[in-house]
Design a protein around this ligand. Structure first.
Ligand code: HEM
Length: 501
């Protein structure tokens, strides 16, 4: 290369570096503290899906910027404000929710049906489209509707116990992470769209295999999404898929099920309820919002949002109970008493089991699925108590993991103490310090369903087996998945001894 070329390359590099510096001065110019950022990448490599231990970064920053209660970071160029001041959180999630109705925008416009369908999911909708779809879907998750799914959930929980006890009889240890994954897949497939995917009967069932593939994106798939976020046009031109072919498998299965229901067959599951919402003549929005693709999208979303999250909650809670035998025995006593009073594990009994609820809330405190909650500003607003003004499109994150482990709010924060969540102690919990299902009108739409599913499975399991951690598996390693959700990295290996009922 000649000297001129070198000079040109050096000039471009310096200009790019200066541009990067300028983009990364967004927070300092607004008086918000920010940790040193890598040129170009910002904090992308530390906080996002490439990094499987991103909670470590958030924890360090939470401690470092404790007094400011906020810090600014960069996802490549994009500025993100991470904050945890209770008063500001109250405004963002509740009081000024109309300024923060959205999450970040993903434009997956590759001209393919796969991506079009993904864009129809409630989680990715924003503004008026989100509001309208959420309003249609909310009645699907009322207590009454969820109660009607109780028998379906019980069926799958019985299958889980049978499957696990058979394994326990044949092996000294059982990988319960694997079994809980099979249980939540069967339950969600049955409750979401009436499909028997039989993962608790057939070890090689197709459904969980496809789901596992879908949830474990290859390096190329991750790179494709990163590239798409910087230059979407070539993807659209060449109609390159961003989602794996497994999506087609799920779309096909759901479409066939929808078609089978056109004859009026009902099963009392979420699909019936979505179809009812579509056909409700009193709902002026239904025809326009709930087209076939939208219904398919919500059914698939239920799997995406509910499969690993619920399996992780079951894995972590059984692990904690296996480690804390005194709590396990207390809980088994409560469950036995419950069965004695109600004659069986009934819906009513599950709703009344206070220690069962407390154990799950404490598990969710120690291991919340969502590392952070995210909102995107939709209208200009000055944050209360600060000089900081956010404009439309600015992203805000709340570090749930850090709040759940903060010793200022939770004495002995790493200890498993379910009593914190018993009714008599709940009043001591500080607002906005326990948010495993999110907060405000955009929280988890299926919280009650997820808790019911978990409670039934755990109750049935504990009534049959004493759980014990297998030697060498006393610690649980964690990792964050592509969607930022935290889960156990390896198996949850337990020994299970039958107990007298
Ligand atoms: C233990 C299990 C679960 C946990 C811990 C969990 C947690 C969460 C969290 C943290 C959010 C974000 C809330 C926010 O931004 O404020 C969320 C949203 C959501 N969850 Fe769950 N979830 C669970 C199970 C489920 C299940 C079983 C389903 C479906 C059947 C589901 C469907 C959804 C949907 C559709 C949203 C998006 C709501 C919206 O954008 O309006 N989740 N969940």
């Amino acid at each position: 290369m000649g000297v001129e070329t070198w000079v040109l390359v050096a000039t471009v590099a310096v200009l790019a570096w200066l541009y990067s510096k300028w983009r990364h001065s967004y927070w300092s110019s607004r008086g918000v503290p920010s940790p040193p950022a890598l040129p170009f990448l910002g904090h992308y490599h530390k906080a996002y899906f490439m990094n499987k231990t991103s909670w470590v970064f958030y924890n360090e920053m939470y401690k470092k910027f404790r007094d400011a209660s906020m810090f600014g970071m960069y996802e490549v160029w994009n500025p993100i404000l991470v904050l945890w001041d209770p008063e500001i959180m109250k405004h963002i999630f509740i009081k000024d929710f109309d300024h923060f109705t959205d999450r970040r925008t993903f434009e997956l416009d590759t001209g393919n049906e796969r991506e079009q369908m993904i864009m129809e999911m409630l989680t990715l909708k924003n503004g008026a489209a989100w509001k309208s779809l959420r309003a249609i879907m909310t009645p699907t998750f009322t207590s009454g509707k969820i109660k009607s799914m109780f028998p379906l959930v019980c069926d799958k929980a019985d299958a889980l116990v049978k499957f696990s006890m058979k394994q326990a009889a044949e092996n000294p240890h059982v990988d319960m992470k694997n079994n809980f994954g099979r249980f939540t897949m069967d339950t969600i497939a049955s409750c979401a769209f009436g499909i028997e995917c039989n993962s608790l009967v057939d070890k090689n069932a197709e459904f969980p295999r496809k789901a596992e593939k879908f949830f474990t994106p290859s390096f190329t798939a991750i790179m494709k999404i990163m590239l798409y976020s910087v230059m979407p046009k070539p993807f659209k031109f060449f109609r390159v898929h961003l989602n794996p072919p497994e999506v087609d498998f799920f779309m096909d299965v759901i479409r066939k099920t929808v078609a089978a229901r056109q004859g009026g067959e009902k099963r009392g599951d979420f699909l019936d309820l979505l179809l009812e919402a579509r056909d409700d003549p009193d709902n002026p929005n239904n025809k326009q919002v709930l087209g076939e693709l939208t219904i398919v999208a919500q059914s698939l979303l239920f799997i995406i949002a509910g499969y690993r999250t619920t399996a992780a909650l079951l894995s972590f809670s059984s692990f904690l109970l296996a480690k804390n035998k005194d709590q396990q025995h207390r809980l088994r006593d409560e469950l036995r008493q419950m069965v004695a009073e109600h004659g069986d594990i009934t819906y009513q009994a599950i709703m009344e089991a206070k220690l069962l609820d407390a154990c799950l809330q404490e598990t969710l405190r120690l291991y919340p699925s969502g590392l952070v909650l995210e909102r995107s500003c939709t209208k200009t607003i000055k944050l209360p108590g600060t000089d900081l003004t956010l404009k439309p499109g600015d992203l805000v994150e709340v570090p749930v993991w850090c709040l759940h482990h903060d010793p200022r709010y939770w004495p002995d924060p790493e200890a498993f103490i379910p009593d914190r969540f018993l009714p008599e102690n709940k009043g001591n919990i500080h607002p906005f310090t326990h948010m495993p299902f999110g907060m405000g009108p955009r929280n988890c739409i299926a919280m009650r369903f997820a808790l019911l599913e978990t409670k039934v499975a755990l109750a049935k399991l504990l009534l049959k087996a004493e759980l014990e951690v297998a030697p060498g598996h006393e610690e649980v390693a964690l990792e964050t998945g592509v969607n930022g959700f935290i889960r156990p990295k390896d198996g949850i290996i337990l020994s299970m001894k039958p107990v007298k009922e």
